[in-house]
Design a protein around this ligand. Structure first.
Ligand code: ATP
Length: 254
């Protein structure tokens, strides 16, 4: 499913936080969203996912204006993995993932074998099957994050928005989770701080600065020394990774 944003603006009384953002995400594409702290990545993701209404502009998913779609219908198609989502205590890991099935169930339908199979598959994909009966509140930070990703997978969405999905994960799981999201048959928009991970896994990257898009294109086109200096205020050397041709950034400590 495609995701289209046109002239999205959002803010508070005196502060514009997302400024006139337009972007297009093609079906199946993995779009990275990068930018310094406070540049508006989370705010933009919330607008794209329909969790926040823009002051002006619109979002279309699969050609439909999401302002016209009910929340339940939207949640059958769209999953959002938040930065540090909390979950009620006193529930098991499997219970949290089961919540992902909610949009697909009616008041009358019972819990089906297909629902259980989706939950099992989602836990397996994030390597959390062995923790399924563990109380959620006893998990480590990275395990919680993987369980929230499993909940989003159990939702079987066509579009996934992920806000810093790798920030608590060890390097194996950072790579595995991003590889999985890229390879799933869905459209994804992922806010990332790690620019090398963005370069490795995103088809295209949008750079936000002070709420506005300041660059958009392939990792190679966007991750330039000039962008790193002007937007991220770092000096860096950029090489092409020998195997993939994607940029690889070496930051200088001096
Ligand atoms: N509800 C709010 N009230 C006041 N300010 C807000 C609100 N939501 C966001 N902001 C401000 O808007 C700006 C953008 O925030 P946002 O969380 O979207 O940035 P971000 O790019 O995701 O940042 P980070 O990289 O630090 O996660 C920040 O300056 C933040 O303080």
């Amino acid at each position: 499913m495609s995701v289209v944003a046109r002239n999205l603006t959002w803010g508070l009384k005196r502060k514009t936080i997302v400024r006139d953002v337009s972007l297009d995400v093609a079906p199946g594409e993995t779009l990275g969203l990068i930018g310094p702290n406070g540049s508006g990545k989370s705010s933009l993701l919330r607008l794209l996912a329909g969790l926040r209404r823009p002051v002006s502009g619109r979002v279309e998913i699969n050609g439909q204006d999401i302002a016209q779609v009910s929340r339940k219908a939207l949640s059958r198609q769209v999953a959002f993995v938040q930065q540090s989502a909390s979950t009620d205590t006193n529930v098991t890991v499997a219970d949290v993932v089961r919540l992902g099935r909610t949009p697909h169930r009616s008041a009358l339908s019972g819990w089906s074998r297909a629902d259980e199979a989706s939950v099992a598959e989602a836990l397996d994909r994030v390597e959390m099957t062995s923790h399924s009966k563990q109380p959620w509140q006893t998990l480590s930070g990275g395990e919680r994050q993987r369980v929230h990703i499993a909940r989003a997978l159990a939702q079987a969405p066509r579009v996934m928005f992920l806000d810093e999905p790798t920030n608590h994960l060890d390097i194996h799981h950072q790579i595995e989770i991003l590889r999985m999201v890229r390879d799933l048959d869905l459209t994804s928009v992922i806010a990332l701080h790690d620019l090398n991970l963005a370069a490795m896994f995103c088809d295209r990257i949008v750079v936000l600065r002070q709420g506005a898009v300041c660059a958009c294109g392939t990792p190679q086109a966007v991750l330039t020394r000039d962008t790193l200096r002007d937007v991220f205020r770092v000096s860096a050397q950029i090489d092409g990774a020998a195997d993939t041709g994607r940029p690889h950034i070496r930051f200088s400590a001096g």
